[in-house]
Design a protein around this ligand. Structure first.
Ligand SMILES: [Zn+2]
Length: 265
């Protein structure tokens, strides 16, 4: 069985550090940087368990396989290795759940991802539809120190360019589930909180309609039989299908202000 610990020195030397036995107790942590590095596939896995099981549910390995684009067998194999490393619990027929250490690791990767996206937009002028693939790569290689300095350089943002909350370096995040635009009643005004960040074409389309975090939207009409919504975004009237509206997470304007105030405390 392969250990999830990468045999890589933190000082950049090529010398291999002693590989840890999978059943050995976790190494003692040095402040700031964990002694155990988690491999990029393991980081992606933990992130996926966090994202799918955000409400605290166990995550089915079939859902993980779908999300990660992997075969069910390799998803179960990784679950066993991560369980040995104390990062998840895995119950056959039930699913995978993060341990406290696993949740901390997932939030650390998410912080790196989201700070990198924010830095690319705010410091380097990247458009919001081009940052996700860059962050997917860099989240595994950027050090926490670099990420902290990127965050400081752009004024410690609390959300990424797509509106996702950025965990603090202590692993605190305000990640309460919020409703999508698809669930909003006619006659109701809401504020866009967050949009799905993975599809560049979708992001460009949303930007063309003005559906960006912070935008005020009023649902005017809901067509029957799951038909499109008629919405007002700023001064423009738009039609939006339900599948697209489901990708746009919203809050009542008061909630939005309250949650921002909570996060900036
Ligand atoms: Zn992203």
């Amino acid at each position: 069985m392969r250990s999830v610990s990468a045999a890589r020195s933190r000082h950049g030397a090529t010398a291999r550090v002693e590989a840890q036995h999978p059943h050995a107790p976790p190494r003692r942590k040095v402040p700031d940087e964990p002694a155990d590095e988690i491999t990029p596939p393991a980081e992606d896995y933990l992130k996926a368990v966090y994202e799918i099981g955000r409400a605290g549910n166990a995550v089915a390995t079939t859902d993980l396989a779908h999300h990660l684009g992997l075969a069910a067998g390799s998803v179960s194999g990784m679950a066993r290795r991560l369980a040995d490393a104390g990062l998840v619990t895995h119950e056959p027929y039930y699913g995978v759940r993060l341990t406290l250490a696993g949740r901390r690791a997932a939030l650390r990767t998410l912080r790196r991802h989201r700070v990198i996206e924010a830095y690319l937009v705010h410091a380097l002028g990247y458009p919001w539809d081009e940052v996700h693939p860059e962050a997917e790569r860099l989240e595994h290689s950027a050090s926490d120190k670099l990420v902290d300095r990127m965050a400081a350089a752009i004024g410690e943002p609390t959300t990424d360019p797509h509106g996702a909350p950025i965990p603090t370096r202590d692993g605190v995040v305000d990640d309460a589930p919020c409703p999508s635009l698809a669930s909003v009643d006619a006659g109701t005004a809401v504020t866009v909180l967050r949009v799905s960040d993975e599809d560049p074409e979708l992001l460009r389309h949303l930007a063309d309609m003005g559906l960006v975090p912070g935008a005020s939207v009023t649902v005017r009409e809901r067509a029957p039989f799951a038909g499109p919504l008629v919405i007002d975004v700023g001064r423009a009237r738009e039609h939006i299908g339900l599948p697209l509206a489901e990708q746009v997470l919203v809050a009542a304007p008061d909630d939005h202000l309250a949650s921002r105030a909570r996060r900036t405390k």
